[in-house]
Design a protein around this ligand. Structure first.
Ligand code: ADP
Ligand code: MG
Length: 247
């Protein structure tokens, strides 16, 4: 209980008449992948927005490593270790994979006094970038311009950007989307290894990947968690089968 790295307590969020988040309680523990599943419009991205800080809950609280972050900004949460995979559009196409990850580190550090210094020689940027690239299996591609990467490799770069910031937790919103079977299998392997270093809150539509990866699963329907358990329990839960798996 007390060792949760991330804890959501009784979160509520409305968009006008629509209750997008209903009394959601959820936690993420060290070493685990906790998957959040649910049909389209269930409120998964809205929940991620509240955790990351781009959306403010109407009520409830969010704790990161024991500290309440409910009213902190996105940047403050990021500095406290809330990692989120970057959007594809945030990568600089002409620049190398390594340079992109270094820029992400620099952006988080926010040290404007570094601006005079060439980014590519700054050890404090290079070291975490190299380490993150290795963890995402991208060392071989470090000098390649992002423009030349496959969709799956871009996803890996986005994750390397998040990892280079040494997050305490990682939020991933549909990382497998558009990857195809091979890319999905590869990313599944990477996440399986990664979870021991940084616990992952995973939103994913690919149910094979979810059942393979998740230590625990929470099922969100119409903004509320309707079921919670390990893969075996969720697979056989009659409410889940009815509400989500379409049976
Ligand atoms: P999911 O990620 O599970 O598909 P979302 O969190 O994106 O679901 O959306 C949950 C519900 O909230 C949907 O009905 C969606 O239309 C609505 N919604 C999401 N964001 C907003 C917003 N900024 N303003 C109004 N309604 C929103
Ligand atoms: Mg979504």
């Amino acid at each position: 209980m007390s060792d949760a790295v991330l804890r959501l307590s009784h979160l509520n969020k409305r968009f006008g008449a629509l209750q997008a988040t209903r009394d959601v309680c959820l936690d993420l523990r060290p070493g685990e992948i906790h998957a959040l599943i649910g049909p389209n419009g269930a409120g998964k991205s809205t929940l991620i927005g509240q955790i990351a800080g781009s959306l403010r809950p109407d009520s409830g609280s969010i704790h990161l490593a024991g500290r309440e972050v409910t009213s902190l900004s996105v940047a403050q949460r990021a500095r406290l270790g809330l990692g989120r995979s970057f959007q594809v559009s945030s990568l600089a196409e002409p620049l190398s994979v390594r340079r992109n990850v270094m820029i992400a580190v620099q952006a988080l550090q926010g040290h404007s006094f570094r601006f005079w210094k060439p980014v590519n020689r700054d050890e404090s940027l290079l070291a975490p970038a190299q380490e993150a690239l290795a963890r995402m299996g991208l060392t071989r591609r470090a000098d390649t311009p992002v423009a030349e990467l496959s969709h799956g490799e871009r996803r890996q770069v986005e994750m390397a950007c998040a990892l280079a910031l040494k997050p305490r937790v990682l939020l991933l919103d549909e990382p497998m989307a558009g990857l195809g079977p091979e890319g999905t299998a590869h990313l599944t392997e990477l996440l399986e290894a990664l979870k021991h270093e940084v616990p992952i809150l995973l939103i994913e539509h690919d149910m094979d990947a979810v059942f393979r990866l998740a230590d625990r699963i929470s099922v969100l329907v119409a903004g509320a968690v309707i079921a919670h358990g390990d893969a075996a329990a969720i697979r056989t839960n009659p409410h889940v089968r009815e509400a989500y798996l379409g049976e």
